[in-house]
Design a protein around this ligand. Structure first.
Ligand code: DQA
Length: 145
């Protein structure tokens, strides 16, 4: 099966940004972990990170045409603002899991709304990089072929 892992704005700054919240590991470390998990599980994986809302919308739309089976998405700050990302996820209608490294439900009021989450069948928060592993294994179990 083919999984697309999407990461939104400032996640390229992992290891630098707010280490007390997001930890000391980098985006490159995350990519390495996902690559080795997917090699082991025989999953084709593509990863895409962007700081731009439209680029994320474009990549979600492309998933419809490139035979992606499922999406793992951490929309980062766009979680709480982007109807465009919600609509793109609804448009492609692929199984999707929402990830947040931090426990967003315990943070500021403005983080309590998730638009993207409305198009995701599962949300995993507060587990750091392990959340991505859980999401990928969940999607493989349910939709793997
Ligand atoms: C985040 C939580 C968001 O509220 C925040 O804007 C991020 C990262 C997380 O992974 O915990 O950039 O999505």
């Amino acid at each position: 099966m083919k999984i697309l892992v999407l990461n939104g704005p400032n996640l390229n700054m992992l290891g630098i940004r707010e280490k007390h919240i997001y930890g000391t590991e980098t985006y490159e470390d995350l990519q390495k972990q996902i690559t080795s998990l997917c090699e082991k599980e025989n999953i084709e994986v593509e990863m895409f990170q962007s700081n731009h809302e439209g680029a994320l919308v474009d990549r979600i739309q492309a998933a419809y045409f490139d035979h992606t089976d499922a999406i793992v998405i951490n929309p980062a700050a766009y979680t709480h603002t982007s109807v465009a990302i919600l609509d793109a996820l609804k448009a492609v209608n692929l199984p999707a899991v929402e990830i947040h490294l931090s426990a967003v439900e315990k943070r500021e009021d403005f983080r309590q709304i998730s638009y993207a989450g409305m198009a995701c069948e599962k949300t995993i928060t507060g587990k750091g990089f392990a959340g991505y592993t859980e999401a990928i294994l969940y999607l493989k179990e349910k939709y793997g072929k």
